[in-house]
Design a protein around this ligand. Structure first.
Ligand code: F6P
Length: 404
């Protein structure tokens, strides 16, 4: 271990995934044996001030000088604590707050001048994600008293922060990251930053502790061998879904991500029914490959009536685009987006579950498991088993397991 020490200062508008990122970084550093701790201003605010007051948007108005003074005070307390931490046993102190004003960041630079500071700006302008994460945030106890006004208040809080927001520019060292894509957009370093390579690596890796990748259970179309469509589960499919629920009963699943199709949602419903608190989030990104003019046909019908389609697809299944539909290749972008969205929303939960379709699950598997493109459309995705995937810096696991 080196004697190197580092301050990481997060910045960004509310709801941009700063705290999730802070947690990811802290865990990754700790796993590498580098003592790391988070100093979160919001936590102090929640401890010392009445929640009724600080959940309201007015607390964040740039004209509310009394509240601003309080927020500065909490920021100072955390700066002092972070400094003391690095003076003692700590190696990486992560300051988690909006830090939207240049003035605040200048104070941080003045106060924390004993070790390098790396600012990380979190950006994410995806409206869907913002709305979904606001829906999650307002479930916290501090918003309870606001009832149906909570989302509006949170949006207003964001507007107030936008009024004072100044992006990173003059700071000596910074990274601007797309916190949905786990992508570095811009970087600047004027000082030698300890742990820089590994930190960059932590930022851009889609880490997953436990991903349970499930294919929807048997449907009416499945027994007739029809592709696509939006059919319902059969009696056997419903039993399989209940068996899945029983299998996962003792694992904590906070979210199940599905496509927008009935068959994945109904499979997920049976699983969530056996959980304490589990939400189903349906993402169109996980809809099955669009077979265009072949939707709801059987493979035999396609061979008979559209022999050219059948032949061409057989010759190059990964790249073949169904007329008026998709190919595996053209699905890739939306599937990647679905993975990013679900990981963003799942935050730091240990387990994440996706209920998808045959082609969709092949693409999700290929996101984590290297496969030649030609082989992706043939990955085995049965309905009586599921994939358990672990993909971290230390462990890669792909296990096909029975649930029944
Ligand atoms: O047959 C079930 C299904 O999910 C269809 O809806 C879809 O078109 C197909 O699997 C995808 O698999 P393949 O690419 O092997 O045709």
């Amino acid at each position: 271990m080196t004697g190197e020490k580092l301050y990481i200062v997060l910045m960004g508008l509310p709801g941009r995934g700063k705290s999730t990122l802070a947690g990811r970084l802290r865990d990754a550093f700790r796993k590498d044996g580098i003592p790391s701790r988070i100093f979160n201003n919001g936590e102090l605010r929640r401890i010392y001030l009445p929640l009724q007051e600080t959940a309201c948007s007015e607390f964040y108005s740039p004209e509310n000088f009394a509240a601003m003074a309080l927020r500065e005070k909490f920021a100072r307390i955390n700066m002092d604590r972070a400094r003391a931490y690095l003076r003692n046993s700590g190696s990486v102190a992560i300051l988690d707050a909006n830090n939207a004003r240049r003035k605040r960041r200048a104070t941080i630079e003045r106060q924390l001048n004993d070790h390098p500071i790396l600012f990380i700006e979190c950006i994410n302008d995806d409206e869907d994600i913002l709305n979904l994460s606001i829906q999650e945030k307002i479930k916290l106890p501090e918003f309870a008293h606001l009832k149906d006004k909570a989302a509006k208040e949170f949006l207003k809080r964001i507007e107030y922060y936008k009024m004072i927001y100044v992006p990173l520019k003059v700071e000596r060292n910074y990274l601007r990251v797309d916190s949905l894509q786990n992508m570095i957009i811009e970087e600047k370093h004027s000082d030698v930053i300890p742990f820089y390579e590994r930190l960059r690596d932590y930022l851009v890796t889609d880490e997953v502790k436990n991903l349970f990748l499930i294919r929807h259970t048997e449907t009416e179309d499945n027994i007739e061998n029809r592709i696509g469509g939006d059919s319902k589960l059969t009696e056997k499919g419903r039993k399989q879904a209940i068996a899945l629920g029983t299998f996962f009963k003792n694992k904590k699943i906070s979210y199940i991500f599905t496509s927008a199709k009935i068959r994945t949602i109904d499979t997920a419903k049976a699983i969530s029914a056996m959980q304490d608190a589990c939400r189903i989030i349906s993402l169109k990104e996980f809809d099955e490959i669009n077979a265009g003019i072949c939707e709801r046909m059987t493979y035999e019908e396609i061979e008979r009536k559209l022999s050219q389609v059948f032949k061409k697809r057989g010759a190059d299944k990964y790249h073949y685009v169904y007329p008026e539909g998709e190919s595996y290749e053209t699905m890739k972008q939306r599937i990647t987006q679905g993975i990013k969205k679900s990981f963003f929303l799942n935050q730091q939960a240990e387990n994440i579950m996706i209920v998808g379709h045959q082609a969709v699950n092949r693409m999700i598997l290929s996101h984590f498991l290297y496969r030649r493109e030609d082989d992706v459309p043939y990955i085995y995705v049965p309905q009586d088993r599921f994939y358990h995937i672990v993909s971290t810096h230390y462990k890669k696991l792909f296990e096909l397991k029975r649930y029944n």
